[in-house]
Ligand binder design. Sequence first.
Ligand code: TRP
Length: 327
Amino acid sequence: MAKQRVLSGMQPSGFLHLGNLMGALDNWRKLQDQYECYYFIADWHALTTNYADTSKIRTYVHEMVIDWLAAGLDPEKAVLFRQSFVPEHAVLHVLLSMSTPLPWLERVPTYKEKIEQIQDKDMNTYGFLGYPVLQAADILIYKAHFVPVGVDQLPHLELTREIGRRFDQFYGEVFPEPQPLMTEYPKLPGTDGRKMSKSYNNCLYLSDSPEVIAKKVMAMVTDPARVRRQDPGNPDVCPLFTLDKIFAPKEWCDHVNVECRRAGIGCVDDKKELLKHLIAYLAPIQEKRKELVAQPGRIAEIIAEGSGKARAVAQKTLAEVTEAMKL
Ligand code: TRP
């Protein structure tokens, strides 16, 4: 039996951090052994918020591919491509836009939220409103069965199903309904204790050197009520302990869980221990990163090749769409 298809995309809006690795990339890596996977760089989607300044987009695209490969995505197993190299996404987007009711887009929860949240840019654009239609085109053009995403993307996926269904009602059955593959990974805390996010400037990046990681971890926020070394602490509210539970061995976590509460160990002791494990965890990724940074031509080649493969699939679907619509 043919493998089922998985598709997901990521916006090239910065370097990838530990939260992206644990929350998405690691899952993508595992899926490539089981499914026919398509992973793409959503560079058009990045324009919906960053249309006015495109100066960094090429760097981010390049660095993101390096982060992907360093984290174990394998171009021999998964198709890695770039959205703007497959113009068929845009053609399907325009066709789907014809039948997508405006209120469906206006009621997407992230839409109004973001328009209000983002104050420094004018988000009152056609492209931003149409963001979910483009995302629907991304997914439907590969007839993906599964889309690995975080909870924040569920409304977009629901809309994709509705857009696909409406198309099928008008023109006949073309699109299967894509299902979410929920990434259940809890949000990683950043160095300030809030969720790790590049907009908070609290990230540990895959591209950070061990020295930089050390500096950031040593400055990390712990239980805010534990001011002096001799104060007992509470691991339950300590972001450092959350990272311990992921990266340090169980024995260490058990030890901290007892000793921190009676001031038997200090935050610095815990930071030093965590650092050892974090740096060891990141070492193979960073080694691979270094190799890849030295071969920019290879990165471009991988994406060109992957985009060619993706394009062949996209063209096939688009031909069916054109036929169904009698264009
Ligand atoms: N909207 C997604 C995000 O911001 C990126 C994306 C674009 C995507 N097209 C997609 C994800 C298709 C999954 C499938 O994270």
